[in-house]
Design a protein around this ligand. Structure first.
Ligand code: ADP
Ligand code: MG
Length: 333
C-alpha cells in the first residue's frame, strides 16, 4: 500500500499512537500546530516545522524570491500563532538546485528578513544542500507561551461557538489567478495574488485570544476550513455545524463570486492557506471574547457555527439544506 492510499491524516494518527511521548516534560507531541515542552515553572517552549517543496507548495514562476522567503516563514509563524505563542528562533534548511543562483537566495532571505525584523526573531541555524531538480525549503521555529494560556486543538466543547479571524478563500482564489485559471481586472488580481503570497501571521491575534483565557480551542486555517475544523472535531471528540450565510468573504470575493465560474464556498472550505485562526469559545464567553479582541486589535472576528455532539461535520446551506462536509470535497447537489 502506498502512502497516498493510507492518507496523510491516518499516517499521522498512526505515528501519534506508536510514538507516545516518554518524557513528562513533553506537554504535547504529535497532533497539534506545534509540539509543547515544559520549560520552567509556568513557561512552555513551542516547536514546529514545515516543508515547502517546489511544484507542490509553490511555483518559482509564480512568486518572486522575496515573496517565497516571506511565505516560507509566515506559514510556520502561523502555527506558533495558533497556540497563542510568541515566536523566538528560526532554523532554515535549503536544498538548492542549479537553476537557483546566489542573487535568488539573497532575495529569498530579504523576504524572510521582513518577518525576522517584525517579530524580532533570531536565525540560529539550518542546513544547506544541493538538490537535483526542485527547490526545497524547511523551516523550524521555536516560540514561548505561558503553559496555562496555550490553546490546543482538543479543547472544543459541545455548544461552543466557532469563530474565525479573517475572510476565507482569498488565498486559494489567488492561486487560481496565478495559474491563469481566473482572470479579473488588475486591481482584483493584485488583491487575490497578494492574499496568496503574503499571508500575515496572526501572532498578535493568537496572543490576545490565548491571554484572555476564555477560548477553548484554536487552530490556524492552513488546509481549508473543512480540513482544519475536522482536526478540532476529531481531537476534541465532537461534531460541528457551520452556516453558509455566516462564512466571511472579502468584498473582492463577494464581487467575483457573482460571476458564474467562481464558487466562493468551495474556496473557503477546501482552498486553504488563509492563515487566519479558528477558535471555539463557550457561548457565555463569546461576547467577552469579542470585547477583548475588538478593544485590542482591528482584525475582524466572525462567528460561523457551533460545536455539536457526535462526530458529524455539517453545513447549513443558504437553501436551508443541511449537508455533510466531506473530507475530500464539498458534495455538490
Ligand atoms: P500543520 O498543518 O498545523 O502544520 P500538520 O497537519 O502538518 O500540522 O501536522 C499535524 C501534526 O503531525 C503535527 O503535530 C506534526 O508535527 C505531526 N507530523 C506531521 N508529519 C510528521 C512526521 N513525518 N513525523 C512525525 N510527526 C509528524
Ligand atoms: Mg497549523
Amino acid at each position: 500500500m502506498n502512502l497516498e492510499e493510507i492518507g496523510e491524516f491516518r499516517f499521522i494518527e498512526y505515528l501519534k499512537k506508536t510514538y507516545a511521548p516518554n518524557d513528562l516534560d513533553i506537554l504535547k507531541g504529535i497532533g497539534d500546530d506545534t509540539a509543547v515542552f515544559l520549560k520552567e515553572n509556568d513557561t512552555a517552549l513551542l516547536l514546529t516545522t514545515d516543508m515547502l517543496i517546489e511544484n507542490i507548495h509553490f511555483k518559482i514562476s509564480n512568486m518572486s524570491p522575496e515573496d517565497l522567503g516571506f511565505k516560507s516563514l509566515s506559514v510556520n509563524l502561523s502555527d506558533i500563532a495558533a497556540m497563542g505563542g510568541i515566536p523566538k528562533n528560526v532554523f532554515i534548511s535549503l536544498a538548492i538546485p542549479d537553476k537557483i543562483n546566489y542573487e535568488f537566495i539573497n532575495n529569498f532571505f530579504r523576504g524572510m528578513d521582513e518577518l525576522i525584523k517584525q517579530f524580532n526573531l533570531s536565525l540560529i541555524g539550518g542546513d544547506t544542500n544541493f538538490s537535483r531538480n526542485d527547490f526545497i525549503i524547511n523551516v523550524v521555529i521555536t516560540g514561548v507561551a505561558k503553559k496555562n494560556e496555550i490553546l490546543y486543538r482538543d479543547g472544543a466543547k459541545v455548544k461552543d461557538k466557532i469563530l474565525v479571524t479573517g475572510y476565507l478563500g482569498d488565498s486559494s482564489c489567488g492561486l487560481d489567478v496565478y495559474d491563469g485559471k481566473l482572470k479579473f481586472n488588475s486591481n482584483y488580481e493584485k488583491y487575490f495574488r497578494n492574499a496568496h503570497i503574503r499571508p500575515k501571521p496572526q501572532i498578535k491575534e493568537g496572543k490576545i485570544i490565548a491571554e484572555s483565557k476564555i477560548a477553548n480551542s484554536m487552530i490556524d486555517l492552513s488546509d481549508g476550513l473543512a480540513s482544519d475544523l475536522r482536526h478540532i472535531c476529531i481531537q476534541s471528540g465532537v461534531g460541528a455545524v457551520i452556516f453558509e450565510n455566516l462564512i466571511p468573504y472579502s468584498d473582492f470575493m463577494k464581487d467575483i463570486s457573482r460571476s458564474k465560474n467562481v464558487n466562493a464556498l468551495d474556496y473557503a472550505l477546501y482552498g486553504g492557506e488563509d492563515y487566519c485562526l479558528l477558535i471555539t469559545v463557550s457561548p457565555e464567553y463569546k461576547n467577552e471574547l469579542y470585547n477583548v479582541f475588538n478593544s485590542k486589535i482591528n482584525t475582524p472576528l466572525f462567528e460561523i457555527g457551533e460545536i455539536v455532539k457526535g462526530d458529524n461535520i455539517e453545513i447549513v446551506l443558504n437553501s436551508g439544506e443541511r449537508k455533510a462536509i466531506s473530507k475530500m470535497g464539498f458534495q455538490h447537489f
